[in-house]
Ligand binder design. Structure first.
Ligand code: BGC
Length: 753
């Protein structure tokens, strides 16, 4: 029977309702025994279940139950595989059902503004489209098991430095185009049961008390209908938060804020209906879980471990391969580096999982007599250990190939603090240089949650980015190194040459409590492309052991109205000798924008499996948003009429095919006034049609005036046009007599229709 939540709320006392709006303890919502309302447990997330039975904390310090640790967000995004991530979500949902957890906290979709953010390993991408699509896939999977998710951290939480007090200062266009769409896509497509607001302020207002984003946008524009919970300790003013749309405070403030809520209702500064609504939203979700509770549920750890391995196989990116990979089992190989034996496979903080099993690449090599091991470095401190290096160099000399399992130690990146540089430990860089000097066939396998500088990039023949690949990462690494699995992941972020190249470099991580997002929408490849900068590895890059050819790009139209849908088809063929998967990427380029826009933006991707010789057609559908930018003036998404490029690539810097489409805007992109310039009016064919007669007449008159004037002979029509581009329409009144103010106002009205 469905609980009648409204009737329950009506029976609750003011005190009970106030108490319901914060946690009973670190992980549970309140219960009300006399009404039979049960407590409900929530737990971290995102890539495994961190259910704490005993001492609780939000930084992964105390023990949690054993669970399966899947690859972290940095890797899952690189899979570009929606179906796979949905299956991972299903597994997480099953573990939650078995453990009685109603909501698993995640996915974490904040944009990677800087490679330094300590929590990048948990986040998906520098690109909001990938982040949103992968998040939607994850949420769909978890929630198919009748367990909720909490997409986090809403909004603009892109660093750990001062995360509980800083204000992220960004223009509305930047927020709408870069920092919000991952949430927007996931909320619209996958309907998460809950949303977690972030700690920080957004343009001066705490996320927890931000009515604009928590209510107007999230619920009003995107249709979110679950409850919003605070990040742990993100509440500043509980009454203001309730009014803004924050339903559940986590964990609790020991009753301090309950008293404030009660007082506010009593003195009339908070309408009781606002409190009722928050309680109703919380209880709706509590009962959604309760009524779908599978009390018999168990999960199969081995099956989930096998799935963690499958996910890891698709999250490992082959960055470089100069004929060295795959290895052959008969080759004499030395596995160097601590992470061959003890892989770094997850990050520190609230997402830290008590893994049920850990597989290392070295343990996979147990049956292979041709593999030897040398430790090479220590990772508890960055000290060059000559003995370990010499041992590794000697072993490398004696082998046919050296594989160095390197990366960032735990102390280098974690929730709670940001990195201060993008370097790997010096002891590892030295080790790689030294090994590469004696062994031409050197491969580096990296374990890190965010890009690193690679001063040895030219010295080695192979680079494998294993990210933080979860508990089965070693198995996936081994199978990729030996060609049992064909790598198919692609970078969901750019690896810049050096930290200084990153667009946020000049002001990351802000000036005390103020972080200005000065680079605006130019985040990640949007910046490197615009600046035509060389990067170490571009967004979307990832190699395979086979080759793919792209052909036969087809658009269903070459001109369309913005309300139409453009259908794009492209054929992809596996021209190599091995079966493999390719991530086909579609970017849109606004060729004629009057706005500062990125060169191109990812608007579609698909991952296809192809046997050797096989061809498949990949299809995409592009709607208005694929062409639009956020127009602050009209506070809406707008398309500028003109030509757009449709680019199909194997990476953002490897565009294989392209075509163009003319898109015609339906609505004015701005509100026209007498101050609107000739140039802006001309850029909008509809507006121009209204004012054309007068504008042409004016320009003709200007040119005419110049005729016969010796000094002005050089003024061509183009120059004249360039000079009037910035002239407001009202200038026609000042410098000519070709129209009247009434007529001009009538035209402007028509332009706005
Ligand atoms: C983190 C959240 C996490 C919560 C509970 C916070 O510190 O920011 O992501 O879900 O703790 O552990």
């Amino acid at each position: 029977m469905m609980a009648d939540v409204k009737a329950l709320v009506a029976k609750m006392t003011l005190e009970e309702k106030a108490a319901m709006c914060s946690g009973a303890d670190f992980w549970h919502t309140e219960s009300v025994e006399r009404l039979g309302i049960p407590a409900s447990m929530v737990s971290d997330g995102p890539h495994g279940l961190r259910k704490q039975d005993l001492a609780a904390d939000h930084l992964g310090v105390n023990e949690s139950i054993k669970a399966v640790c899947f690859p972290a967000g940095c890797g899952t995004a690189a899979s570009f595989n929606r179906e796979l991530i949905t299956r991972m979500g299903e597994a997480l949902g099953e573990e939650c059902q078995a453990e009685g957890v109603s909501v698993i906290l995640g996915p974490a979709v904040n944009i990677k503004r800087s490679p330094l953010c300590g929590r990048n390993f948990e986040y998906y991408s520098e690109d909001p489209f990938v982040a949103g699509e992968i998040a939607a896939a994850h949420i769909t999977g978890v929630q198919s098991r009748k367990v909720g998710t909490s997409i986090k951290h809403f909004l603009a939480n892109n660093q750990e430095t001062r995360r509980m007090s800083a204000t992220s200062e960004a223009e509305e266009r930047t927020l709408r185009e870069i920092y919000m769409p991952a949430f927007e896509i996931a909320v619209k497509k996958a309907k998460p049961w809950t949303v977690m607001c972030s700690y920080n302020k957004i343009n001066g207002v705490y996320a927890a008390e931000n009515h604009k984003y928590l209510t107007d946008v999230l619920r009003g524009e995107w249709g979110f209908d679950g409850y919003v919970m605070s990040d742990w300790g993100a509440v500043n003013d509980r009454v203001a938060d309730l009014k803004a749309g924050l339903d559940l405070e986590m964990p609790s403030s020991g009753g301090a804020y309950d008293a404030r809520i009660i007082e506010a209702v009593k003195n009339g500064s908070l309408e009781e209906a606002v409190l009722d609504q928050a309680v109703e939203r919380i209880l709706n979700i509590v009962y959604r879980f309760e009524e779908n509770r599978d009390t018999e549920a168990v999960f199969d750890r081995d099956l989930h471990d096998a799935l963690a391995r499958e996910v890891a196989e698709e999250t490992i990116v082959l960055l470089k391969n100069e004929g060295v990979l795959p290895l052959k089992e008969e080759q004499k190989a030395v596995f160097i580096g601590k992470y061959a034996k003890e892989p770094r496979y997850q990050g520190g903080g609230s997402s830290h999982i008590n893994s049920s099993r850990i597989t290392s690449a070295l343990s996979m090599a147990a049956g292979n007599p041709n593999v030897v091991y040398a430790q090479g470095f220590e990772d508890d401190k960055d000290v060059i250990n000559d003995t370990l290096i010499q041992e590794a160099v000697q072993a490398a000399k004696e082998a046919d190939v050296a594989v160095i399992f390197a990366g960032l130690p735990d102390a280098f990146e974690s929730e709670g603090f940001d990195r201060t540089h993008m370097r790997m430990p010096e002891c590892q860089n030295v080790l790689i240089h030294e090994v590469a000097k004696v062994q031409p066939n050197t491969v580096v396998v990296l374990h890190n949650g965010s890009p690193v500088e690679m001063p040895w990039e030219q010295e080695v023949k192979g680079i494998v980015e294993a990210y933080l690949g979860g508990q089965a990462v070693g198995a996936a690494e081994y199978d990729i190194l030996y060609g049992k699995v064909n790598p198919s992941a692609k970078l969901a972020e750019t690896f810049p040459m050096r930290l200084e190249d990153n667009p946020s470099y000049l002001d990351f991580a802000g000036d005390e409590d103020r972080v200005v997002y000065r680079e605006g929408v130019f985040v990640g490849y949007r910046y490197y492309d615009k600046k035509q900068m060389e990067v170490l590895f571009p967004f979307g890059h990832g190699l395979s052991y086979t080759e793919f050819a792209y052909s036969n790009l087809r658009l269903n139209a070459h001109s369309m109205r913005e309300t139409d849908t453009l259908e794009v088809l492209v054929d992809v063929t596996n021209t190599g000798k091995l079966a493999g998967k390719e991530v086909v990427q579609l970017y849109v380029e606004d060729k004629e924008s009057t706005m500062p826009r990125p060169v191109k933006e990812l608007k579609g991707f698909d991952k296809v499996f192809l046997e050797p010789g096989e061809t498949r057609t990949v299809s995409f559908a592009l709607d208005q948003r694929a062409f639009a930018y956020y127009n602050e003036e009209v506070q809406d998404w707008c398309v500028e009429s003109g030509e757009f490029g449709i680019l199909i690539g194997a990476s953002s810097r490897d565009i294989r095919l392209q075509d163009t489409v003319m898109v015609e805007a339906e609505r004015p992109k701005k509100k026209y006034t007498l101050d609107s310039t000739f140039g802006d009016v001309k850029a909008d064919p509809k507006a121009y049609a209204c004012a054309r007669e007068i504008m042409d007449a004016y320009e003709k008159q200007c040119l005419g005036d110049n005729e016969g004037d010796a000094g002005a002979e050089a003024i061509s029509r183009e120059m004249q046009e360039a000079m009037t581009r910035y002239m407001p329409l009202r200038g026609v009144l000042s410098f000519s007599e070709i129209t009247t103010i009434d007529e001009l106002e009538r035209i402007v009205d028509e332009m706005n229709r």
